[in-house]
Write a protein that binds this ligand. Structure first.
Ligand code: HEC
Length: 108
């Protein structure tokens, strides 16, 4: 009898697991393909680290900076804008990279 419960449970778990993984992979593609040259996860690079960003920004601000940095950099307190706009990212790519950035927020 137990097997009848265990197999579907295992199947469901592996579905959830692969969905989470797909989101992670998408984030890594965006990160490596577009951001990594200037941002690193926890260390300052040309731009601030994801850890620093996660600790002071909200999702909306991060998206605004990615898609329209010329409009956003002053509001974030920068004197000049050296980051290009990324308008070709679709909604899932944006969501994945923002979730990834925010995952570096310090736990309270
Ligand atoms: C050519 C270098 C460069 C690339 C590539 C780049 N950035 Fe930036 N980024 C910067 C710089 C420099 C700043 C500081 C503000 C500015 O110049 O507009 C910045 C600022 C930011 C900020 C706001 C920082 C804050 O204070 O909150 C976010 C969020 C951000 N970048 C995310 C990204 C993401 C996500 C990607 C990839 C899709 C990316 N950046 C790609 C250089 C870059």
């Amino acid at each position: 009898m137990k097997k009848n419960v265990l197999i579907p449970a295992f199947f469901l778990l592996s579905l959830v697991y692969s969905a989470t993984n797909a989101e992670d992979n998408l984030a890594m593609q965006v990160f490596k393909g577009y951001c990594w040259g200037c941002h690193h996860q926890t260390a300052q690079a040309f731009g601030p680290s994801f850890k620093e960003i996660a600790n002071k920004r909200k999702k909306d601000e991060i998206i605004a900076q990615i898609t329209d940095p010329k409009d956003m950099y002053k509001k974030l307190g920068y004197k000049r804008n050296s980051m290009p706009a990324f308008n070709d990212l679709n909604a899932s790519q944006l969501d994945a990279i923002v979730t990834y950035i925010l995952s570096f927020k310090d736990k309270k």
